[in-house]
Design a protein around this ligand. Structure first.
Ligand SMILES: [Zn+2]
Ligand SMILES: [Zn+2]
Length: 135
């Protein structure tokens, strides 16, 4: 059976959790953030599983559209100055609770992202502690 790592993330500004326990995707709490497009404002729930790009949103997102991300707690922008090296859209970023950060491209359909774990070993160790190893 494949094992998944679910990442818990915080806002880089107010450090509040962005996890939504009441809205699960693939049986894990999702990452809930406010979004804004050229036409509307809404909410997106991102799958918290490492390397899964599934998401749900309550406004229409068009393919290849750039989306702006905001913290639902402090309303500050989660957009970074970094530009995606694949599609030239702006990157957005979260802080990983276990240490480190994740930057991801704000364009729908672009899967470019960088994950920097401060301590990947700990993250994996905690994961096995929590879900057990079954090899
Ligand atoms: Zn915040
Ligand atoms: Zn991109």
């Amino acid at each position: 059976m494949k094992k998944y790592i679910s990442l818990g993330v915080n806002c880089p500004h107010c450090n509040e959790s962005l996890m939504d326990m009441n809205h699960q995707i693939h049986n894990y709490p999702s990452i809930k953030v406010n979004i804004e497009t050229a036409r509307a404002k809404g909410i997106i729930w991102l799958c918290s599983i490492y390397d899964c790009y599934d998401h749900e949103n309550n406004i229409e997102l068009r393919e290849d559209e750039e989306v702006r991300f905001f913290c639902p707690h402090c309303s500050q922008s989660l957009m970074l100055e970094t530009i995606c090296n694949q599609c030239k859209a702006k990157m957005a970023g979260f802080v990983i609770k276990a240490g480190g950060k994740i930057d991801f491209c704000s364009r729908k359909g672009c899967k470019n992202h960088y994950v920097l774990f401060e301590n990947l070993a700990d993250e994996i160790r905690n994961f096995y502690k929590e879900y057990g190893s079954s090899e």
